[in-house]
Design a protein around this ligand. Structure first.
Ligand SMILES: [Mg+2]
Length: 156
């Protein structure tokens, strides 16, 4: 999807990278409405995936249920792993949605950075390196489903 942002030019987003814990999943549960939004995003042509250390060994089941891909961040404590995964995905056309300090290096590598507050909060360093702060994952996904929302927030 290509967005025309008044005062900031064109923004092309092909891939949406989601953090798992605290972002896609809140207190271990994917919020209602997420699965339907992911289906809508895929039908609009976005590639959507999540990065996780898979410490709960549940990534395969979750990805199958949600109909999206996932990639293993080998060391769940290492922010560089997430960044390196993004560097393989044309980061200049990626958006990232996250909440923790571990997402900071990933956020610095991609074009559009969104953080979610939800129940687990957002790390202040990651927030200060983001473009948009939203309350929930559904609000984050809606920014891509209703392009006028994204444009209205980013325009000058
Ligand atoms: Mg997180």
């Amino acid at each position: 999807m290509i967005y025309d942002i008044p005062g900031a030019g064109q923004l092309e987003i092909k891939t949406i990278i989601l953090d798992l814990n605290g972002t896609l999943s809140v207190a271990g549960t994917v919020p209602d409405g997420v699965k339907q939004r992911l289906e809508q995003l895929k039908s609009k042509g976005f590639k959507v995936l999540f990065f996780t250390g898979n410490t709960r060994n549940d990534a395969d089941d979750l990805a199958t249920d949600l109909g999206i891909e996932w990639k293993l961040a080998k060391n769940a404590e290492n922010a560089e792993d997430k960044r390196d995964l993004a560097l393989e995905l044309e980061p200049e056309t990626c958006a990232s949605v996250g909440n923790g300090l571990i997402d900071l290096e990933l956020m610095k590598a991609v074009k559009l950075r969104i953080v979610t507050l939800q129940a687990e909060g957002v790390h202040i360093q990651t927030m200060l390196n983001s473009d948009i702060v939203v309350p929930t994952i559904n609000d984050a996904l809606d920014l891509f489903l209703d392009e006028q929302r994204l444009v209205a927030t980013l325009r000058k």
